[in-house]
Unconditional design. Structure first.
Length: 252
């Protein structure tokens, strides 16, 4: 644990984190360039670089005086977004449980860093309508109960969207009624039934809304995350595809 403690101590500095961040850009940085980025003296910048070099996060090219991240430093910088996400959302995560997520997605949690957090009653329903309204290619929904009604699907007549909806195994659906009201689009609607709904999602090709289970393992529909960032959308699409692959499919 001693080596971990030393590493965390070195990282517990905004200035040293800034040094790692600027070196991630892979430009040619000498000590003077780093000092300029930190808005500090050469002496202060030198101290921070020395600390990082002691932990083998940064190395110096003796031929030209340029500093760069080591392979270890590059690994550490990739992990920092996950730690930042946890830090930014610690109050939310104290009241929500992500332990049911596959380990792969917990390890990638830093991909959710760019987001807008919203704690508002009715958020999920209103955002779901937005996702459907603004979709050009597809709508994917996952919830422990239906987030849409037949009128949402009826609006899709002229857009040729493909729909995927994940619901809990055992959900009661009036198939005959659903088919009759969605006769113009039902061939493009797939429903998957999953034994465990590990997150709530509403997404199209441009934007995602994500909500997570509370401490009772129930989806919290009063708060969640919204984002259009590529990394956030990729994480959510991959998680959705993971649950979809394990679900029992039905085509209307």
């Amino acid at each position: 644990m001693e080596s971990l403690s030393e590493l965390l101590f070195v990282l517990a500095s905004i200035d040293r984190l800034q040094v790692l961040s600027c070196l991630k850009e892979e430009k040619e940085y000498r000590l003077g360039d780093i000092a300029q980025r930190l808005d500090s003296s050469i002496q202060e910048a030198s101290k921070h670089v020395a600390r990082l070099r002691e932990q083998n996060l940064v190395e110096k090219d003796p031929s030209n005086g340029h500093y760069a991240l080591t392979t270890l430093g590059k690994l550490v910088i990739k992990l920092l977004p996950s730690i930042e996400f946890l830090s930014q959302n610690k109050e939310y995560l104290l009241t929500h449980d992500i332990s049911s997520l596959p380990e792969e997605f917990i390890e990638r949690i830093g991909e959710l860093q760019e987001h807008r957090y919203n704690a508002k009653v009715g958020l999920v329903l209103s955002f779901t309508h937005q996702v459907i309204r603004e979709a050009d290619k597809f709508v994917w929904l996952m919830s422990d109960h239906s987030l849409i009604d037949i009128f949402d699907i009826e609006r899709d007549r002229n857009r040729s969207l493909t729909w995927r909806i994940i619901l809990p195994t055992g959900s009661k659906i009036d198939w005959q009624n659903l088919r009759s009201y969605t006769k113009n689009v039902y061939s493009r609607i797939e429903i998957g039934f999953s034994h465990e709904i590990i997150a709530g999602m509403a997404l199209n090709e441009k934007v995602v809304g994500l909500l997570l289970p509370d401490l009772r393992s129930s989806l919290d529909f009063n708060s969640g995350f919204i984002s259009s960032s590529l990394s956030f959308c990729k994480w959510c699409q991959d998680l959705y595809s993971y649950v979809w692959s394990e679900s029992e499919k039905t085509i209307l």
